[in-house]
Design a protein around this ligand. Structure first.
Ligand code: CMP
Length: 134
């Protein structure tokens, strides 16, 4: 069993999509281990996305991620990291496969509705960021 992190981003909470995303996640056999709604401040959003520091989109990303509430979701499943990446789809909704969250709900490459950890080490660090006890 693996654990990974999903973040339901402000564009999705704003459109009342949290319940729909959690329903899809559970239908895809992920077990929800933790759930936390929080409004990130800019400092925390920048810290979470530190790996992107220096990239041209990072300031806009920080503004967007601190523009409204997000929901951090700790998930468990076999092959959870890879399975969740497939479940959410490509970063750019225009390139995401049919039936993925980003294809179905993403607005553009920034407002792409969800974040999913991209590897086992990242998942461990990102889970720790939001869920100290996991
Ligand atoms: P996420 O998977 O959370 O990881 C980094 C985020 O930066 C990404 O989703 C998008 O919300 C945002 N972003 C904005 N522009 C880009 C871009 N050109 N490439 C990658 N990510 C981008």
């Amino acid at each position: 069993m693996e654990k990974t992190l999903l973040i339901i981003k402000p564009d999705a909470t704003d459109r009342h999509l949290t319940g729909e995303f959690l329903r899809r996640v559970e239908s895809a056999r992920f077990v929800i281990l933790g759930l936390r709604m929080l409004h990130l401040d800019a400092v925390t959003a920048r810290r979470f996305y530190a790996v992107h520091e220096g990239k041209p989109f990072v300031d806009a990303l920080v503004d967007y991620m601190s523009s409204g509430p997000s929901v951090a979701v700790a998930l468990e499943r076999e092959n959870a990291v890879k399975a969740l990446r497939e479940f959410v789809g490509a970063t750019d909704p225009a390139k995401a496969a049919c039936g993925t969250i980003r294809h179905d709900f993403g607005l553009d490459i920034q407002r792409n509705s969800v974040h999913a950890s991209d590897g086992l080490d990242t998942a461990r660090d990102e889970l720790r960021f939001f869920f100290e006890k996991l």
